[in-house]
Design a protein around this ligand. Structure first.
Ligand code: ZN
Length: 293
């Protein structure tokens, strides 16, 4: 029983702290997976800023927080671009590759992609993919193997633009089997490896699932006769949930499961299916995500 292991790295913090933690855990178990890095500016602060602005602003005004912390820290990624992750943390990205993991493109600007994809035209998509691919190529000294859009926000425009790049496969949607995407009646050449299992944040705190029974729940969703692809996050399983994930790897392996990079699933199972990608809502996640039709 194989589990395709996908590690999404969204932020500067996740790269700096979560990735080395995960490399240690995976290395201790002799497990390899596919890491998808965001390498451009970390503007995730903008996201937080949007959520907390009114009350946060009042509190800062009252407490003189700007004097305590300085405006630079409070406004990181809000008034000017956040740090370019791939420039500051290239050795971390290389260390994942050196440890034998497959490396792919996640994003140039993770936050911008999630917030703007509905309004991005082909040129904007191409520029974003090219910036991320170019920087990752410079860091690794070779082309990234694959790509995976942020937040499973993929469109037909994105699929067509990706076909211009040398990715061996892409992982842009939720679904059930490895398939060739069809856009406007045309079958594209890069297979899709869909994610089949929910993420931690999608299920925790819902339907009685807590950290105490999360691993059992996840194991119950893994089917020996089906495609199994799990996404973990450097910011979650690599940090606060590191020991929970460590136990999950141990439990899964004791039940006979082996963790593999997504590229291995592609090379071992010739994709037979063809399907379009459609936008759907799924339990536990805000807004639409791309799904295998
Ligand atoms: Zn992500």
């Amino acid at each position: 029983m194989q589990i395709g292991l996908r590690v999404d790295v969204d932020t500067f913090r996740g790269t700096r702290y979560g990735v080395p933690n995960l490399l240690a855990v995976l290395g201790a178990h002799g497990v390899s997976g596919s890491f998808f890095f965001s390498v451009g500016p970390d503007n995730m602060g903008r996201h937080l800023w949007r959520l907390i602005r009114p009350s946060f602003f009042k509190k800062m005004w009252r407490s003189g927080a700007s004097r305590l912390y300085g405006w630079e820290i409070l406004l990181r990624g809000t008034l000017w671009p956040g740090p370019v992750i791939g420039e500051k943390l290239a050795p971390v990205i290389r260390s994942a590759s050196d440890a034998g993991h497959e490396i792919g493109v996640h994003a140039w600007d993770h936050h911008r992609w999630q917030a703007r994809i509905d309004n991005m035209d082909a040129a904007a998509v191409r520029i974003s993919l090219k910036k991320a691919t170019d920087l990752q190529t410079a860091i690794l000294g070779r082309l990234p193997v694959s790509s995976a859009v942020p937040g499973w926000k993929c469109t037909d425009v994105v699929l067509k633009e990706k076909a211009r790049f040398g990715f061996v496969y892409n992982s842009d949607c939720r679904g059930r089997s490895i398939f060739y995407p069809v856009v406007g009646g045309k079958t594209l050449p890069q297979p899709q490896v869909p994610v089949t299992l929910p993420t931690y944040d999608e299920v925790i705190g819902r339907n009685g699932i807590t950290d105490d029974n999360y691993n059992e729940y996840l194991l119950s969703r893994i089917k020996p006769d089906k495609l199994n692809v799990l996404t973990i996050h450097a910011e979650v399983e690599g940090m606060a949930c590191l020991s929970l994930f460590d136990r999950f790897v141990k439990q899964a392996r004791s039940k006979g499961a082996s963790f593999v990079p997504l590229g291995q699933l592609v090379s071992e199972h010739t994709p037979a299916a063809r399907a379009g990608i459609v936008a759907r809502e799924i339990p536990g996640r805000e807004g639409w995500v791309s799904c295998q039709a």
